[in-house]
Design a protein around this ligand. Sequence first.
Ligand SMILES: N[C@@H](CCC(=O)N[C@@H](CS)C(=O)NCC(=O)O)C(=O)O
Length: 126
Amino acid sequence: MTNTDFKPIVYLKENCPFCLKVRLFLLEAGLTPDVEVHDFAPGTEQEDLIRAELLPHLDRVSFPSAQLARGRYVSESDDIVAFLAAKAGRNPSDMPVYRNYVDGAFAMAMALWKENRELKKAASAA
Ligand SMILES: N[C@@H](CCC(=O)N[C@@H](CS)C(=O)NCC(=O)O)C(=O)O
């Protein structure tokens, strides 16, 4: 098997907002048959196996992660989407569901998370 017929593998954690970004992209682009999805729920044996598999290949294991080509591991949701979109000749900005999630619920969750972190920092310094 050469790298041209290698099927990319994505590793997705249940209920992770970054992983949902990748999931939505795959679904809306119709790319699920072209990608192997390895799902896991936090706290399961599956998670331990996936972390052990990824650990030798990544500086820091986080999710989503992917093996985009043989031996090429990546763990940034935007990099994963960009690679798969380019490979399929698709533009994520033209996908309304993906775009609505990234610019809407996802952006709001990130803003609230950052605000909460700042508030906690201020509260513990007071
Ligand atoms: N910038 C990263 C952030 C990913 C991230 O923080 N994911 C969380 C899960 S929601 C994570 O992996 N946390 C550490 C862990 O589960 O070990 C991306 O866009 O992919």
